[in-house]
Design a protein. Structure first.
Length: 322
């Protein structure tokens, strides 16, 4: 961290901005947001918001992801990332993967021009796992929202975040939540996906499905609710699990922020410490947490009012790169 950022953190670490629960879309709330006592991962007694959401976007439809024929245009598919760039997943893109990756083993297209796509829940779950079932190598992997029954997700987020000098690695619970209740997730495991010659596209909104998390975002593409700022600063798009705000990348003048730390955050006098989402093609929203996390951050419920899965407990991890 530079001396300038160190000085800023020393001066502003006590000026954290509290979470504003009114920013969440009312239609996406499964229950009234409440405040309760909570214990943070460093043992600190704090106060947290308990936010139970219906994790389905109001602002846009989910999908599409995989085209089914080489003649399909970009309206039939989603997007893919490579080297920081975003590519439309249309039929031509799928048929050109061998050239795109300089690897002749890419063969997702049948002789009749149809594209191999996971069209059942069983096929999707066999393909969307760390060790892809060999039967589904060279498939376009698409999960459908109707296959999964997660109706509610509960987040426990500090009311007022506490800045820490040493970052905490991202964990399996994701990184935060958009105002429509959809989870912001950690980078997609592109290496595992590509090693099986499978493609798991994101829709134009930066989201896709997986069997554990349901629909979630790996990129911020400007299709969700935003909270405009009074100055030229980029809008607020959600909150990280540590309570710090996540803001869009570009400000009103289309300029990127400067002096971001290794977590993709920085300070200013109005917003205190906060994050900025990465470029859509970067496969990252934030890189690590700079706030102290609650011991339990989230849980899922398969049915409204039904029993929840046990809350997920976080373990303090080493900072990235250590």
């Amino acid at each position: 961290m530079s001396a300038k950022i160190e000085a800023a953190s020393a001066n502003l670490s006590n000026s954290s901005i509290s979470v504003n629960p009114t920013y969440f879309i009312k239609e996406n709330l499964a229950k009234k947001i409440t405040k309760q006592d909570c214990t943070l991962s460093d043992g600190t007694n704090s106060s947290c918001y308990v936010i139970t959401v219906k994790p389905a976007p109001q602002e846009h439809k989910m999908g599409p992801w995989c085209p089914t024929n080489v003649k399909d245009g970009k309206d039939k598919g989603g997007i893919w990332f490579k080297d920081g760039k975003v590519y439309d997943v249309n039929g031509t893109f799928i048929s050109s993967l061998a050239n795109f990756y300089s690897d002749p083993k890419w063969k997702l297209v049948n002789d009749d021009g149809s594209i191999r796509v996971t069209t059942t829940k069983a096929a999707f779950e066999a393909a969307a796992r760390p060790e892809v079932d060999p039967r589904y190598h060279n498939y376009c992997v698409e999960g459908r929202p109707e296959w999964y029954t997660v109706k509610e997700t509960t987040y426990t987020i500090p009311v007022t975040p506490i800045y820490q000098q040493t970052p905490t690695s991202l964990g399996r619970d994701g990184i935060g939540v958009a105002f429509n209740g959809v989870k912001f997730d950690a980078p997609a495991p592109l290496g595992a996906i590509l090693s099986a010659h499978t493609l798991a596209p994101f829709d134009d909104h930066g989201g896709h499905m997986n069997p554990r998390a349901g629909y979630h975002y790996h990129a911020a593409t400007g299709h969700t609710k935003e909270i405009a700022q009074g100055d030229k600063h980029s809008p607020l798009i959600g909150y990280a699990l540590d309570g710090f705000g996540i803001f869009a990348l570009l400000d009103r003048d289309k300029k990127e922020p400067t002096n971001l730390d290794e977590s993709r955050g920085h300070f200013d006098k109005i917003r205190g410490y906060h994050y900025h989402a990465g470029k859509p093609g970067s496969n990252e929203i934030i890189r690590s947490f700079r706030g102290v996390l609650p011991k339990s951050t989230m849980s899922d419920s398969d049915k409204p009012g039904g029993q929840s899965r046990p809350p997920r407990r976080r373990r303090m991890q080493s900072p990235p790169g250590s």
